[in-house]
Every structure is written in structure tokens, then in C-alpha cells.
Design a protein around this ligand. Structure first.
Ligand code: GLA
Length: 661
């Protein structure tokens, strides 16, 4: 209403009411303090948002000036506020809190509907507060952000002091972030056959061999392959079984035929010591079912891996995490019982009546089975671990038919009384690594000890095929970019049979990692999910989906199952991308691929869409280059000099750049 605007800006209210014969044109203005809003949506790099005090829980103070009210936060911090058309002004005094106690540097920015309204520039401790007084009429969505000025978040204690809205209508309301529609970027696979999955595959001579040829396209489909002696292929299912041939390399051509055509793909079997020549792919129950996991859920996951098409793009392992054993005490009586039988064999709990039958079930589909234990006496959730039963447990896992072991440090820390010296850290992993190599089946070995002792430097030496490089991502989903960039620092250790593991893909329906709650839609935006998958593929990370298989929707499947994106992950060179920082919000990841082309991720961590440029000189190519958008599976033409694109907030554009054919 124009009267509202006129009333506040130009005329004192009394004068205005005289003018219109005592009919008030303006609704009453009131002050709404930022500290009175719901701050649970505030995201920040350290601690929790504080009301009327600094992040250190002291009175707010900037360059000696005390403030009674305001919000204390810590870079990097964001707060999204829906104004609902009722806010007129936003006022505040911003700066670094006096109790920061170190070399802080922050930048306060305010963005309204994608337009920058305020930028404090870099602010340091002792610098007087800067005043903010913004006209926010007409703004629908406001962002208050505090950045780390590009030098990390240490000491970045930031105050939105005296922060308040002048409101005349609907009240501002904080929200989790801008709403984003889950747009499916990738076209559905066509009816003609396309063979997916790794081009190179390691297996140990004389051990059982199992591989289901991943292929998209209309069924029925028949398969053929020139296999070495000892292996046979079921032409209807595409499942290869038998015994791995003697040491050597076998160049196989896989063929798939249906009513729409024939596809071929080279597949090199390397019979030798190394397994996991490309990053393992599969599903792990943890972030979906936690301590609720059952045999039935595992079978269902295997069924869905086939039915959903995940297996047709290369997902293969169906892995049980913690809680399949007994615990001495637990609130589910079916998970309480003897930890071991009279012979010392580990006893699964009542939710897992027959482990061998479960593995057989998974194998019958051409898939593989994974299991979990700890070198300590107990797992992280308090179930029986393998301490002093390592040999017996490994033998048992092999007899049941498991193909993958996650070995989780957990209570081993108590055994060694917190000693984190290298020999102590290596010992239990080497012990199990040696035992696994002696088993009469191929067991891929995943080290889970959260990166202690720079595990990437010695994980392969103790027999590991992959190692977690950090703590549980489950607690840190809003830090995917940070976690990925930290993981990417270990890129030199990424190679066939040796993978840095930044933890599981948690999209779709996942449980709350803090409470172990029932699966709910994941808290990250569609763009963040595309970025998540792209980062993992560029870093050659193991691709384990850890969400509720029974609630996979089209969007989630689209993110998980784009064969051209997965091909980046599974590239035989096994390189983890190098990172090129363009500024504090934009970066590139560049990964060399076996055919001479490069996979390039253009990433934007910022709060607004941004143009990101990949210059040929930066990514190491020259002349005309064919560029293909991998998420959209679309050729973008032959370009000279550079490729640039507008990248969504917290998003990615992923391309393949190579010589024109
Ligand atoms: C640790 C691991 C997780 C999961 C749980 C199970 O936290 O890092 O991946 O295996 O234990 O208790």
C-alpha cells in the first residue's frame, strides 16, 4: 500500500492522519530483534548461535563498544530469513567480537533476493563496528552471511550486534535456505544396450569369481564374452562365475544385445594380488537403519539394487555395518545374547538367523556381500568386536561368503590406552590385512579409523584397499565441500587398489546421524546433492550409497546412477582430481582420465549463483576442445581457450573436456 511507504518515509504519522481525516494509512511499525527469531536455521563453522552474547558466551563487544542485544556467531555463517513483504528496514552494527583472542578476519554480507545489499569488506579484531541500515521493502528472501575472508575460520567470532528489523506487516521468519526444486538433469537411459561399470577388474588367482555385467537398456538382453578358461557367463543374467584364472591379464570384450542393438565394452581381468582396481561401489546400511538393521533389510537392499537399476550402472556390494552381532546389554532384547559360542565363534544376533544363507541370497543376484567388525573387543555401538579372535572371525566371514570387510577402530583405543604412535595404529590393521589375504576368497578391506596417523600413507601397505580419511560425515552433511577438499589433499595416495574414503553418499532418505533416527529426506539441497556425487567421483572415492533403499525416488536415483558421471569415478587411471581455487567461493577440480580427456568440476560454494570459468591453461589443455556436460549428457560444442558456466548456489557443473573426435 503506497500509504505505508509515504507514511513512514515522508510524513510524520500524526500529520498524515490529519491529512486523511484520521484514517490511519500506515500499520504500526514495530521493532523485531534478530535475537528473537528462531536461530536453529543458522549454519556456522563452529559452536552454536548465541542470543545477546558472543560465541564465547560473553557480553557482545566490538572495539570496546558494548552491545546489549544481538547474535553472536562464527564464520562461516549463514542465516536465511523470509521477509514475507512486511519488513521495512534492517539495522545492525557488525564486527569481530573483542573476545575472539586471535587473528580473526571476517566479511559480513547481506543479500536480498540474490542481490548484494551490504558488504563490510574484511573486518579484523579491534576495528569499530560498521553500521548497517538497509531498506528491505520488497525483498522476499534475505541472507545474512559471515565469510572467513578466504583464510580459514580460526578465531572468526562475528557479531550481528543491535540487529533488528523495522516491521509493519508480516513478521520475518528464518528458514533453512532458499527452496530449490529437485530438477532431474539426466535423460533416462535409452532402450539400446549400454555396458557400464569398470573397464579393469582385479581378482586373486584360484579364488571364486563373481561379476554381474552392469548394463542399461531394455530387457530381455543377452550377454556374451570371450572369457578365460575357468570362467563362465550366464547369457541371460550377465553373471560371470567360476574360478579366477592363473596370474596374468585377460583382455575380455563384454557384449550385450537386445531388440534395439548390441553394445561392446573392453573388460580387463587382472588376476593377481590387487583387488578393487577401481573404487568399490555399493550400499551400506548405516545411515539408513543404524541399530535397526535386519537380515530382511539386507535382502531387500539386494533386491532393490537390481530392481532400481543401480546394479546396471555398477553398484555391487550390499554391506552390513555395525549391530549384526550380540551386545552384552542393549535395549533391543533380540540383539542381546552370547557374544561367542563355546568354540569362540562369533554369534550373530537374532535379527540375522543365517549369515551364509544371506550371502548366498546376495550372490545369487550376482552381487557381493560386506560385513563389519572392530579390532577392539566392542564395536562403536557396543557389539562384539574381533579383539583376540581376528583369525577365527576372518575365517568365519570367508566361510559365510563375505566379500568386503570394514574394520572400525572403535574400542581398540581402550586396548592401547590412547597411544596413537604409528606402530600402534598400524598393528591391528596389518594383522587383519595379512589374515584376509590368506582367505580362500577375495575380501576387499576398508580401514575405518578416521584418518589417524595419516592412514593414507600406509593404508595400502597394511593390506587396505580404502581408508576413511576423516570422522563420520554423517554429522557433517553441511560441510560436504570442506570434507571433500580435506580428502582431496591426499590425492597422491589414490591409485588402483588404494582409495581415500571420505565416507558414504547420504542422499534420499537418511536417518539423523546424531540420534540414529528413522530415515527422513536428507537435509541438503538438490544442487548440493549433485555437487556431493560429483566431488566423490572426481576424487575416485568409493561410492557407497547409505540411505533407505526402500524409499529411493527418481531424483535420488538420477543423482546416483548417471553412468557418465560414474565413469569419472571408475576411470582406470584411478586419479583423484587436483583442486584449483579460483577465489574463496569458487574452485575447479580437474581429473585426468585414461583416454587423455579431463573431467572438470566447476564448483560454487557461494550463496548465490556464480559464473565459474575453467581456462584451458588452468586445466592443462590447448586448442580446440570438445566439451560435454556429464549431468545433462549433452555435448556443448568445441571451444577454444576456456569453458564457463553459471553454477548454482552450492552447486556444480561437471564436464568432460577432450580432443574433438
Ligand atoms: C563409526 C563409523 C561409522 C559406523 C559406526 C557404527 O562411527 O565411522 O561409519 O560404522 O561406527 O557404529
Amino acid at each position: 500500500m503506497t500509504g505505508t511507504i509515504l507514511g513512514r518515509r515522508l510524513f510524520p504519522a500524526t500529520f498524515l492522519s490529519l491529512l486523511v481525516g484520521l484514517v490511519p494509512l500506515t500499520r504500526a511499525e514495530e521493532t523485531l530483534w534478530l535475537d528473537a527469531l528462531d536461530l536453529s536455521h543458522m549454519r556456522q563453522g563452529w559452536g552454536k548461535p548465541q542470543v545477546n552474547r558472543s560465541i564465547r558466551e560473553k557480553p557482545l563487544s566490538i572495539a570496546g563498544q558494548p552491545f546489549k542485544r544481538g547474535v553472536g556467531t562464527h564464520a562461516n555463517s549463514t542465516l536465511w530469513i523470509e521477509l514475507g513483504g512486511g519488513a521495512e528496514r534492517f539495522l545492525a552494527s557488525v564486527g569481530v567480537d573483542d573476545a575472539a583472542g586471535g587473528p580473526a578476519s571476517v566479511v559480513f554480507k547481506i543479500v536480498g533476493d540474490g542481490r548484494k545489499l551490504f558488504d563490510s569488506g574484511v573486518m579484523k579484531p579491534g576495528q569499530p563496528a560498521k553500521s548497517v541500515d538497509l531498506d528491505v521493502r520488497g525483498v522476499k528472501l534475505l541472507l545474512l552471511s559471515v565469510g572467513d575472508a578466504g583464510d580459514g575460520v580460526n578465531y572468526d567470532h562475528a557479531n550481528w550486534a543491535d540487529a533488528r528489523f523495522v516491521v509493519s506487516g508480516a513478521k520475518p521468519k528464518t528458514v533453512p535456505g532458499p527452496r530449490e526444486d529437485p530438477v532431474i538433469l539426466t535423460p533416462k537411459p535409452g532402450p539400446a544396450p549400454r555396458i557400464n561399470g569398470p573397464k579393469v577388474y582385479g581378482a586373486r588367482p584360484g579364488n571364486p569369481f563373481l561379476y554381474r555385467i552392469p548394463a542399461t537398456g531394455a530387457r530381455p538382453m543377452t550377454f556374451a564374452a570371450n572369457l578365460p578358461e575357468g570362467l563362465k557367463l550366464d547369457p541371460q543374467t550377465g553373471i560371470i562365475t567360476g574360478t579366477t584364472p592363473p596370474r596374468g591379464e585377460y583382455l575380455v570384450t563384454l557384449k550385450a544385445t537386445n531388440a534395439h542393438g548390441t553394445a561392446e565394452r573392453p573388460f580387463k581381468i587382472v588376476a593377481g594380488d590387487l583387488l578393487a582396481l577401481t573404487p568399490p561401489m555399493g550400499w551400506n546400511h548405516w545411515y539408513a537403519h543404524y541399530n535397526r538393521v535386519t537380515d530382511k533389510m539386507m535382502r531387500e537392499a539386494a533386491d532393490i539394487m537390481i530392481r532400481s537399476g543401480m546394479a546396471d550402472v555398477g553398484y555391487q556390494y550390499v554391506n552390513i555395518d555395525d549391530c549384526w552381532m550380540n551386545a552384552p546389554k542393549y535395549d533391543d532384547p533380540l540383539r542381546v545374547g552370547p557374544l561367542r559360542d563355546a568354540k569362540g565363534n562369533i554369534v550373530p544376533n537374532k535379527h540375522f538367523p543365517d549369515m551364509k544363507a544371506l550371502c548366498d541370497y546376495i550372490h545369487a543376484k550376482g552381487l557381493k556381500a560386506g560385513i563389519y567388525t572392530s579390532p577392539g573387543p566392542f564395536t562403536c555401538a557396543g557389539f562384539a568386536g574381533s579383539y583376540q579372535h581376528e583369525e577365527q572371525d576372518a575365517r568365519q566371514f570367508a566361510e559365510w561368503g563375505f566379500d568386503f570387510l570394514k574394520y572400525d577402530w572403535c574400542s581398540y583405543g581402550n586396548i592401547v590406552k590412547g597411544d596413537q604412535s604409528l606402530p600402534t595404529l598400524k598393528k591391528p590393521y596389518k594383522l587383519m590385512g595379512d589374515i584376509l589375504k590368506r582367505q580362500p576368497r577375495d575380501i576387499v578391506y576398508n580401514l575405518c579409523q578416521y584418518g589417524m596417523g595419516d592412514v593414507w600413507e600406509w593404508g595400502a601397505e597394511v593390506g587396505g584397499h580404502s581408508w576413511r580419511t576423516a570422522g563420520d560425515l554423517g554429522f557433517e552433511l553441511d560441510r560436504i565441500f570442506d570434507v571433500a577438499l580435506a580428502n582431496a589433499k591426499h590425492r597422491a595416495h589414490s591409485r588402483p587398489g588404494s582409495w581415500n574414503d571420505p565416507d558414504y553418499l547420504q542422499i534420499g532418505f537418511i536417518g539423523d546421524a546424531r540420534t540414529g533416527g528413522e530415515p527422513k529426506p536428507c537435509p541438503i539441497t538438490p544442487s548440493e546433492q549433485y555437487a556431493f556425487m560429483s566431488l566423490w567421483c572426481l576424487m575416485a572415492a568409493p561410492l557407497f550409497y547409505s540411505g533407505d533403499m526402500s524409499r529411493l525416488d527418481d531424483f535420488t536415483l538420477n543423482v546416483l546412477c548417471n553412468p557418465e558421471v560414474i565413469e569419472v569415478d571408475q576411470d582406470p587411471l584411478g586419479q583423484s582430481a587436483r583442486v584449483i581455487h579460483l577465489d574463496d567461493e569458487r574452485f575447479l577440480m580437474v581429473k585426468d582420465l585414461e583416454d587423455g580427456s579431463k573431467a572438470v568440476g566447476l564448483f560454487n560454494r557461494g550463496e548465490m549463483p556464480a559464473v565459474v570459468t575453467a581456462r584451458w591453461s588452468n586445466i592443462g589443455v590447448k586448442g580446440k576442445q570438445a566439451v560435454r556436460d556429464l549431468w545433462r549428457q549433452k555435448d556443448l560444442g568445441e571451444l577454444e581457450g576456456q569453458f564457463e558456466s553459471t553454477v548454482p548456489r552450492h552447486g556444480v557443473v561437471l564436464v568432460r573436456v577432450g580432443k574433438p573426435r
